[in-house]
Write a protein that binds this ligand. Structure first.
Ligand code: 2GW
Ligand code: MN
Length: 296
């Protein structure tokens, strides 16, 4: 039985984040103004995290959507690379949402790792494929995840694991710094600036990337519900936030501060020339062929 009540999670896990070596990376920010750690290579001991999370009976769910052409283009590489690098040694279940369940490739999974394929309808607009993930995630947490998993991570499928993406990334409410924005001044952040949209914001802390977010079932459900409700309110008014679900996610994390931030080492774009801060590429953006993927 995988179910572990949240209250039973030993305090020692939270203490681990307090013992991070915040001085290990003098050239980057390693903590937020509200004292959430920003996870960079060299700040932590892999084995210590793995051991503590194993002792706490941690079970991790991943959600990933592969609708239409994204299935053939990205899913196999996402899954096989995750088997090489994502939370090795912990029980992990992949929840794959697709309109083409019979086309999901067969993957050899390590012990304690499972895959669950869930059929979804294909929205005709790609913006809706992306945005409506929030509704599906919320429903999945309610129906399944909250009873069996301590943590959930939600991923874009167009990415490839290249290095350890381990238990140090777990936390109550986890956000990712967007690789293109982590060094830019705040005025360059592409928040939604339309007062008609519920995602509208004038100031924020960081620009977060919606390609990865996670946390406890409870916290991720709160995020997904918030984004979904606001997306639907926008629809009633016929407005759409600049970067769709990502704009709403940025608003959520401005109002509800994440307890842990992942550095862009956790989601790097290899087209970025200056990678001097990136000591480990744990996951990279998969190359995109917009011509093929977004037409027809
Ligand atoms: C999306 C855009 C255009 C054409 C197709 C799709 C598409 C997305 C699709 O046909 N099938 C599908 O399964 N998706 C899922 O939505 C898939 O999991 C994909 O990774 C995710 C987000 O779409 P993606 O990766 O093309 O968008 P990005 O990389 O530009 O993502 C950022 O901005 C998005 C909002 O515009 C989301 O917030 C996303 O989380 C961000 O990383
Ligand atoms: Mn993507």
């Amino acid at each position: 039985e995988l179910y572990v009540p949240r209250e039973s999670t030993p305090a020692t896990i939270n203490d681990l984040d307090g013992k991070l070596n915040f001085g290990a990376r003098p050239n980057v920010q390693t903590q937020t103004s509200w004292n959430a750690p920003i996870m960079w290579e060299l700040m932590f001991d892999n084995n210590l995290y793995d051991q503590k999370y194993k002792e706490a009976n941690t079970a991790v769910a991943i959600t990933v959507f592969a609708v239409g052409r994204y299935l053939e283009a990205y899913l196999k590489t996402f899954l096989t690379s995750a088997e090489e690098h994502f939370m090795l040694g912990l029980p992990v279940t992949y929840f794959v949402f697709t309109d083409l369940p019979e086309q999901v490739p067969e993957i050899t999974l390590a012990p304690q790792r499972n895959i669950s394929i869930v059929k979804v309808e294909k929205h005709s607009r790609w913006q809706d494929i992306s945005m409506m993930r929030m509704k599906t995630i919320s429903e999945l947490i309610d129906a399944v995840l909250q009873h069996k998993f301590t943590h959930v991570f939600c991923f874009d499928v167009d990415q490839i694991f290249k290095g350890r993406f381990g238990s140090e990334a777990l936390g109550e409410s986890v956000a990712l710094l967007h690789a293109h924005y982590y060094k830019l001044p705040k005025y360059r952040f592409t928040y939604d600036r339309n007062p008609e949209s519920k995602a509208y914001m004038t100031e924020g802390d960081y620009y977060y990337h919606a390609a990865i977010f996670g946390g406890t079932c409870e916290k991720v459900k709160a995020l997904a519900d918030y984004c979904y409700v606001n997306i639907m309110e926008d629809k009633l008014k016929n407005v759409e936030a600049l970067w769709h679900d990502e704009s709403h996610l940025n608003k959520y994390f401005w109002l509800n501060k994440p307890t842990k931030l992942l550095s862009p080492e956790y989601c790097w774009d290899e087209y970025i020339v200056n990678a001097e801060d990136i000591l480990v590429k744990r996951l990279v953006w998969a190359p995109k062929d917009y011509e093929k993927l977004r037409t027809g």
